[in-house]
Design a protein around this ligand. Sequence first.
Ligand code: A2P
Length: 319
Amino acid sequence: MSASTVPLVKFNNGLSIPILGLGTWQSKPGEVGKAVCDAIDIGYRHIDCAHLYLNEKEIGEAIKKKIRSGIVKREDLFITSKIWNTYHHPDWVEKAVRISLDDLQLDYLDLYLIHWPMAYKEGTDPFPEDRNGKIIYSDVDYVDTWKAMEKLVEKGLVRSIGLSNFNTKQVQRILDAAKIKPVTNQVECHPYLYQKKLFNFCKERGVTLTAYSPLGSPQRPWAKPGDINVLDTAIIKAIAAKYNKSPAQVLIRCAIDRGIVVIPKSTTRSRIAENFNVFDFKLTPTDLEQIASLDCNGRLIPQAEGREHKDHPFAHGDE
Ligand code: A2P
């Protein structure tokens, strides 16, 4: 499969994103570079990164290697990064993007997202704590962060800007203040957290949804035995058997068939290839209904350490 066969999703600014990308959260140093090289060889052109993942330097080396060897051109790639909570102050926003650009060895990002709506005390320590081990918050409003992000587009440092982990009210606040509209809201999305309301809300306003943890993030560090295992769900396994596909492929296809951009993470070459091999089948409306019936607000990534923050997107009963 060549890269050109990955369908594109058009943003509200006229630019496009490949509907399938490689996730890199929890991709370990020493593994992530090879994973990115493997993904590019297999045909991925969209790599989802973030400053907080602490692996952008190695990803940058991998991208440089693939560009130098002529496998891809910069303009064929779609690279996303995200501004971390300690860089929300408008004076810190450009500094933040320049760190990611340096690490990734790029002149521009295709997409830059506000990673979470909550601002933490400004600085390079990603989780600044007080003496009692509680995170020190900042009162910077994410709307002011957004206005500083718009300047990055004007300066040519990023092509598109967007949100991550924003609830409906927060998306609306940004839209009300924006000169440049967010192109996407990247959120946890899988059958147990189907995000019907947020998806429709964003769609009506021309904002695409991007699904992280589409496989249910089986390696999330806080998972306990007996917790939800999305890949091991009977309905998903039955649909997979019907198409002679794997549960992971059904989960990825589910997002694609809803028009949701999807970024499964893997550092295993065979799985990176498996997750890309999803363009020769399609789920029916009945399959999708069955999958949607699993929805139970089963959030697996609660971002517990920022729960008391006034801007925490889902600790206060919002969706
Ligand atoms: P690994 O990276 O060791 O291959 P999510 O994208 O929902 O966060 O899920 C990522 C997790 O799912 C990682 O632990 C990854 O393991 C695993 N994974 C990725 N692709 C597959 C697959 N096709 N089958 C099973 N597990 C997978």
